[in-house]
Design a protein around this ligand. Structure first.
Ligand code: BGC
Length: 472
């Protein structure tokens, strides 16, 4: 059974839906640059999100979708470069402020609570030019931006996410180079970026705590993505240890410092240091940085646990690959899919609803039974458009059952569930070919018409069923 104030939501992110990439003084972000440069080579089909769902001009259409689903909450992100075109508070773009004021006010008028993410992959390009997240300064710049947002919108926004998926920004953006800013510096940049993101997050949390909390009475966290992982052979001690390493390098990388010790998991640091030694990396130079005692504490810098879950893996040790300096070889774990798991749309997305329940139990036990919001979870469609998306319907039913069991049977304190995504949108390097929406968006239509998928109708029914049970 879901608590009566359970958050039933759907999520989006600014770059993926807004368009208006250079409208009304918006500054470029690293994703604008990433898509515009080397045209055709970085994103599937050479696509970009210059227009995408056009939510910057068609927000009312999104609002209708939100109402049609009967959501109690809507998770959205702010475009830093729309609010602060050069990334700094010296130059505020009032048009951007007006836009988000309207969105937030429209939501509240319809009794939908916004959950607002400050950073969802789209750093102002001007800050990238100063070194981006690899630069230590980014943490204080992020803190200034966060304070500006708390000050401007915090009278109405009560749920904040500082940074979405630091793992993805760090690894895909700075090690693999398949996300903006397209940096490929394996084995070093990802750790630095992750570190600066954690520092920036903690500074922002402390700013909220000391300057805004007593008045605004909201809550702040960081959205951490992780697969659920199990040993390929649970009776094999090496598989068990490899699974611990796998989780330490995904969930643990960001959750351990915030919820457990204020530092990275020991197993992670030991693995990185051992690999540095083995490969003769730079004497005393440490690839995984250390947090300074003189900065705001990382430990305790979250008011709830924000979890993005998509898929699960079976894990065994990585064989014969430890000769490269990279996160994967530090992690030293090979992940495979169970052949019984169906794969939807994209190759990485094995559909494993029960993995979410297990991950929730793991979060409860490992991170001291926090309040949890599932801030993203979804099912991709590719190929021919299927409006009658029965597999996705099944996926949502099964997943929400698993969440109900995690609450009712396992006692996990789950406070909300956000489907990814409200509507089809720009799926990063996959462009528009991968569709995660509860509403289909016709990208060939200048009106960007939104049409509800069957899964959208069913999600609305699920919400309405549980809400009527808890209110009666
Ligand atoms: C991101 C979303 C993305 C989704 C599906 C998450 O990594 O936060 O922006 O669209 O997964 O890939």
């Amino acid at each position: 059974m879901f608590p009566c104030d359970f958050a039933w939501g759907a999520a989006t992110a600014a770059y993926q839906i807004e368009g208006g990439w250079d409208s009304d003084n918006k500054g470029p972000s690293i994703w604008d640059t990433f898509c515009h440069q080397d045209k055709g080579s970085r994103v599937s089909g050479g696509q970009n999100a210059d227009v995408t769902c056009s939510s910057y001009v068609m927000w009312e259409k999104d609002l209708q979708c939100i109402q049609q689903l009967g959501l109690t909450h809507y998770r959205m992100s702010l475009s830093w470069a729309r609010l602060l075109p050069d990334g700094t508070t010296k130059n505020v773009n009032q048009k951007g402020v007006q836009y988000y004021n309207k969105v937030i006010n429209d939501l509240l008028l319809r009794k939908v609570s916004p959950m607002v993410t400050l950073y969802h992959f789209d750093l102002p390009q001007a800050l990238q030019e100063q070194g981006g997240w690899k630069s230590s300064n980014m943490a204080t710049l992020f803190d200034s931006y966060a304070r500006f947002c708390f000050q401007t919108f915090g009278d109405r926004v009560k749920l904040w996410i500082t940074i979405n998926e630091p793992y993805v920004c760090a690894k895909l953006g700075h090690e693999d180079g398949v996300h903006a800013p397209g940096v490929k510096e394996p084995g070093t940049a990802a750790y630095l970026v992750g570190h600066n993101m954690l520092r920036g997050h903690a500074m922002a949390w402390h700013s909220y705590d000391t300057l805004y909390r007593s008045k605004q009475k909201g809550a702040v966290s960081i959205a951490i993505n992780s697969d659920w992982a199990e040993p390929l052979d649970p009776s094999d001690a090496e598989d068990v240890t490899a699974t611990k390493r796998y989780l330490a390098f995904t969930l643990g990388w960001f959750a351990w410092p915030v919820f457990v010790t204020g530092d990275y998991p020991e197993i992670m640091r030991a693995a990185v240091d051992a690999q540095s030694k083995k490969l003769g990396y730079g004497g005393d130079r440490c690839r995984l940085p250390t947090f300074s005692q003189d900065e705001p504490a990382i430990l305790g810098s979250a008011d709830f646990f924000a979890l993005n879950y998509y898929t699960s893996r079976k894990v065994k040790p990585r064989r014969g690959s430890g000769q490269m300096l990279c996160v994967k070889s530090d992690q030293d774990a090979e992940d495979v899919m169970d052949p019984s798991w169906p794969v939807c749309g994209v190759s990485w997305l094995a559909v494993v609803p029960h993995g979410l329940r297990k991950l929730l139990c793991y979060v409860k036990e490992t991170f001291n039974n926090p309040e949890v919001y599932i801030t993203e979870n979804g099912f991709a469609q590719t190929g021919p458009l299927q409006m009658e998306d029965s597999e996705r319907c099944r996926f949502y039913q099964d997943t929400i059952n698993e969440v109900a069991n995690a609450i009712g049977k396992d006692g996990v304190n789950v406070r909300g569930y956000f489907a990814w995504s409200l509507m089809d949108n720009f799926e990063w390097a996959d462009g528009f070919s991968t569709r995660f929406g509860l509403f289909h968006v016709d990208f060939s239509d200048p009106e960007r018409t939104r049409s509800i998928y069957r899964s959208g109708r069913e999600y609305a029914q699920i919400i309405s069923k549980y809400r009527s049970q808890t209110s009666s």
